[in-house]
Ligand binder design. Structure first.
Ligand code: GCO
Ligand code: MG
Length: 402
């Protein structure tokens, strides 16, 4: 029996911060897991280094489900982003190892492909509506079949999702930037902004929009209703979802499809949302929802209730977890879409990937495992830089959901 002989954490910042777990077995096989939690990176690194790595040596890397249960139940303290990201890193690395040992891509270990590639959506944005329209045109020219549209809201400088420069990266400052937010200005602006996209480009592609948890259920219902004729693919994170039952109100107010889940860590965060069909798409990710093992469980539950998948795929999810997501995406029957923000070229100096974007879809490579390797010498050239996500404040100075 092979055993785990080494496990180490690699923290690197090629373009942005990433935490990666690398596990090595007695047969010399290595596996990678993403452990990046944007703005709280070192908490996961410490959880792994101080509390998980000492448990790994000598264990059987083949027993993925047992390892998951051991780390989840064995901690006694359950759930939460730090714990579940740490478990995800171990889980993902073990799937990578199992694939390499078997000589199979992870999608084959998961039952084989149910589709050729995973449809992705790209991120168009603009400081003004005309800029946004130019950016949508650029994504159309690149062959994207689904596009998320965000623009700066006049009168609300803290708008979400507007790119500055080539790559969108909200965790950009060494202390949190405080941004001003006006829900009223946003609700006045968003329907006309999205209508301008449909007016110029028509309905021959999927249009998505992210509200980023900034509305109450009442406001979200009103927005969804105003967007119905634009036939959005989804309205994302209309409202914070700690109170799952609050989505019933949004659901009853509008037929605009609802997506939520990028901040979820476990099946218990979406159990009611799924079983009561309060959402259309579940956006949980490999890295923040307990790895391939647990995300597959969430997706399988969702399938029973005709909820489709739409995994989070912002650039703070490393190429390792993006690749893991694509391997899972191509196997699940209820796949919906995959977010793809595309990493900065410098990120690929450290992470060597093999997935490919073709015809608006990501295709995992048939290489054994997950098909991503890390260049540790290159990683050492990009030391960790503390960075925080912004904080939103309303016009009266009180804190709002960012
Ligand atoms: C998305 C997300 C991201 C998050 C980011 C936070 O839909 O891609 O909302 O942009 O804000 O991942 O770290
Ligand atoms: Mg989002």
């Amino acid at each position: 029996m092979a055993t785990i002989t080494e496990a180490k954490i690699i923290i690197t910042s090629p373009g942005r911060n990433f935490v990666t777990l690398k596990i090595t077995t007695s047969d010399g096989v290595t596996g990678l897991g993403d452990a990046t939690l944007n703005g709280r990176e070192l908490a996961v690194a410490s959880y792994l280094e101080d509390h998980v790595l000492p448990l790994l040596t000598g264990r059987d890397p083949d027993r993925i489900e047992d390892m998951w249960q051991y780390l989840y139940k064995g901690a006694y303290w359950r759930r939460g982003p730090v714990t579940m990201t740490a478990i995800a890193a171990v889980d993902t690395a073990l799937w990578d190892i199992k694939g390499k040992v078997a000589g199979m891509p992870v999608y084959d270990l998961l039952g084989g492909r149910a589709r050729d590639g995973a449809l992705v959506y790209g991120h168009a944005s603009g400081g003004t509506v005309p800029e946004l329209l130019d950016d949508v045109a650029r994504f159309r020219d690149l062959g994207y079949r689904a596009i998320r549209a965000q623009a700066a809201v006049p009168g609300s400088p803290g708008s979400y999702g507007v790119r500055h420069g080539a790559v969108y990266e909200p965790a950009a400052t060494s202390l949190p930037e405080e941004q001003l937010w006006s829900t009223e200005a946003y609700l006045d602006f968003a329907p006309d902004c999205l209508a301008a996209v449909r007016e110029r480009f028509g309905f021959g592609f999927h249009l998505l929009h992210d509200v980023h948890h900034r509305l109450t259920p009442t406001e979200a219902g009103r927005l969804g209703r105003r967007l119905e004729d634009l036939r959005l693919f989804w309205m994302e994170d209309p409202s914070p979802a700690e109170l799952q039952e609050s989505f019933r109100q949004i659901r009853q107010a509008t037929t605009t499809p609802i997506a939520v889940g990028e901040v979820f860590n476990s099946i218990w965060d979406c159990q009611q949302l799924i079983t009561e069909r309060l959402i259309d798409y579940i956006r949980a990710s490999v890295v923040h929802a307990g790895g391939i093992t647990h995300l597959r469980r969430i997706f399988n539950l969702a399938e029973l209730y005709q909820v489709r998948t739409g995994s989070h795929g912002a650039t703070d999810l490393s190429p390792v977890s993006l690749s893991a997501a694509v391997h899972l995406d191509v196997t699940v029957p209820n796949f919906g879409i995959q977010e793809y923000m595309a990493h900065a070229p410098v990120t690929h100096e450290v992470f060597h990937t093999s997935y490919e974007l073709r015809d608006g879809a990501l295709h995992p490579s048939p290489a054994p495992g997950l098909g991503v390797e890390i260049d540790e010498q290159a990683a050492a050239r990009f030391p960790y830089e503390p960075k925080y996500l912004p904080v939103s404040r309303r016009t009266d100075g009180s804190v709002h959901d960012w």
